[in-house]
Design a protein around this ligand. Structure first.
Ligand code: GDP
Ligand code: ZN
Length: 291
């Protein structure tokens, strides 16, 4: 018997990374009866067939997390990569990615890439998001900045990487582990709005017990998963923190009197842009509810 992790699944075959290499495996009928489908990211035990060396998945260990889009188990963290310029930083998109990561309960790191194109903007944004409660890595492929930090952050994790096309996700992963040889897109020939490619899900093996999902995470950024506007408050870390001081427990930090969140926006403890994005998301959720 061998233990391992499913790194790929295609047409009923699961590719399990073990200490003996990758073993092509099937799932036992048992799982179908129990209504469990093995997922990429699952920690499993396999038995090896004497005849042809193929594997049978015997046991799936309990999952610590399960993402549905993309379908993968045991993701431990999200790294959100945004470029400072080209494409220009989009804090609305960044805050939406952060919201998804908070909703999924993932540890989250923001990577601000292409620092070489505007160092000042990178530092300013880093300050804003650190203050909001996030870990931030500033990086540049051109100047070889931040790659070591990124590598350390990836170790011993299954990481979902999110971020717009052209932000530098492939370049950064190649820098962390050159054997990956991911294709680098040239955004001058690629749609700046991003491309949509549907593929199977696969974990890239970066060594050091580090795996990264090969498809960009959170590709669907619909807010249909939030039913109640009060949920949103908890997904903005700094708003949740200061909101404890509001006069009303039900305060949505919008038009209510004696709102501690608004007070802290005025004094600069909460960033104005973050607060505005919060209000926009609040409106979006409220209008979704009408249908
Ligand atoms: P992805 O779509 O997020 O995977 O982005 P890519 O890794 O394909 O990179 C998109 C483009 O940005 C490529 O032309 C890269 O050479 C370029 N790029 C990546 N990182 C940096 C960086 O730190 N600085 C600059 N100036 N360009 C970068
Ligand atoms: Zn309030």
């Amino acid at each position: 018997m061998l233990s391992g992790i499913i790194v790929k699944g295609i047409g009923g075959f699961y590719y399990v990374k073990t200490s003996e290499g990758i073993v092509e495996s099937r799932a036992r009928g048992l799982f179908r009866d129990e209504n469990i489908t093995p997922l990429v990211g699952d920690h499993v035990n396999i038995r090896i067939s004497e005849e042809d060396g193929s594997g049978y998945i015997d046991k799936i260990y309990p999952r610590t997390s399960e993402l549905s889009r993309p379908p993968v188990a045991n993701v431990t963290q999200a790294i959100i990569v945004m470029s400072i310029k080209n494409p220009d930083i989009n804090t609305w998109l960044l805050d939406k990615f952060l919201l998804m990561a908070e909703y999924e309960g993932l540890k989250t790191i923001i990577c601000l890439n292409k620092e070489d194109l505007d160092e000042e903007a990178a530092l300013l944004l880093s300050k804003i998001y650190k203050k909001a409660g996030y870990e931030v890595i500033i990086s540049s492929i051109v100047e070889s900045i931040g790659v070591e930090d990124l590598k350390l952050a990836l170790n011993d994790n299954i990481t979902v990487i999110a971020g717009p096309s052209g932000a530098g996700k492939s370049s950064l992963l190649n820098a962390v582990n050159p054997k990956l040889q991911l294709k680098i897109g040239d955004i001058s020939t690629k749609s700046k709005r991003g491309k949509h490619t549907t593929r199977h899900v696969e974990l890239l093996d970066l060594d050091h017990n580090s795996f990264v999902l090969d498809t960009p995470g959170f590709s669907s950024l619909h807010l249909d998963f939030i039913q109640d506007p009060v949920e949103l408050r908890d997904y903005f870390r700094e708003i949740s923190k200061y909101g404890e001081e509001c006069r009303f427990l039900s305060c949505l930090h919008d038009q209510e009197p004696d709102c501690a969140v608004k007070a802290n926006v005025n004094t600069g403890n909460i960033n104005q842009l973050r607060y505005e994005n919060y209000l926009l998301l609040l409106q979006e959720i409220k209008s979704n509810r009408r249908y």
